[in-house]
Write a protein that binds this ligand. Structure first.
Ligand code: 13P
Length: 253
């Protein structure tokens, strides 16, 4: 089975101590993951080492960064390079989250560089895509997401692109309590998979995990993850609560 992933995105929330407590709470639930399942925690940069230490020794639990620089190294004050993440054993990095695209003006070309740098450092990019409400209202969401994938990912070789995880996060569903319906999520996930099949081949398309993000919670994770093309979730608000997030992990296929 394709890799199934419950990914927490803490965004800019929690103090270090609250983060420790949350991870302890989740680990205390002692959920044993199958070989095809992973739990990933995208925590703020200063918490990465702590999170890695806490998660080490647990099969398929990983810490993740929420971003990295599109430059290799050098005079870029305040930035964090993929190589730095590798040097502290980070295996995942969220890239192109809609909040970064909107508030920090990240574009598809810069994201292509970030993906490249992550892959060069053996870090799995969790590449976010998704449309705004106004784009969905005019029915242009499929083309919009296609452009995001085309401009950031579709120049990679088949071997490289297979290392990427996609997160489809419709912006109108993020932090709004408004989840895409199971049908809307499945439809877009199938579309995204179809784009990989068209650009590469069916085997590659079938290999790539596509996570859904946008108001995922314990109460809806089961039905969303049950869809054939939804391979787990990227979870914001509900990932800040141990009970909620453990239920979400348990909802993985
Ligand atoms: P919410 O789960 O809070 O809607 O956030 C989704 C998200 O942006 C995850 O990256």
């Amino acid at each position: 089975m394709r890799q199934q992933i419950a990914a927490a995105n803490w965004k800019m929330n929690l103090t270090y101590q609250q983060g420790e407590q949350l991870l302890d709470g989740i680990l205390n639930a002692n959920i044993q993951l199958a070989a095809h399942q992973s739990a990933v925690f995208a925590v703020p940069f200063p918490y990465l080492v702590m999170a890695t230490q806490k998660l080490s020794g647990r099969n398929n639990y990983f810490a993740s960064a929420q971003n990295c620089s599109d430059q290799k190294s050098g005079a870029y004050t305040g930035e964090v390079a993929a190589e730095m993440l590798k040097s502290i054993n980070i295996r995942y990095c969220v890239l192109g989250h809609s909040e970064r695209r909107e508030y920090f003006f990240e574009g598809n070309q810069s994201l292509a560089k970030k993906v490249e740098l992550c892959l060069a450092n053996d870090i799995t990019p969790i590449f976010c895509c998704g449309e705004t409400l106004s784009i969905r209202e005019v029915g242009a969401q499929e083309g919009f997401v296609e452009t995001q994938l085309m401009e950031s990912l579709f120049h990679f070789t088949e071997e490289d692109v297979r290392k990427v995880v996609i997160a489809y996060e419709p912006i109108w569903a993020i932090g709004t309590g408004k989840t895409a319906s199971v049908e809307q999520a499945q439809e877009m996930h199938a579309h995204i998979r179809g784009l990989f099949a068209k650009k590469y081949n069916q085997a590659t398309a079938q290999h790539i995990p596509i996570l859904y993000g946008g108001s995922v919670k314990a109460a809806n994770a089961g039905e969303l993850f049950h869809s054939p093309d939804v391979d787990g979730g990227l979870v914001g608000g509900a990932s800040l609560n141990a009970t909620e997030f453990t239920s979400i992990i348990r909802a993985l296929k």
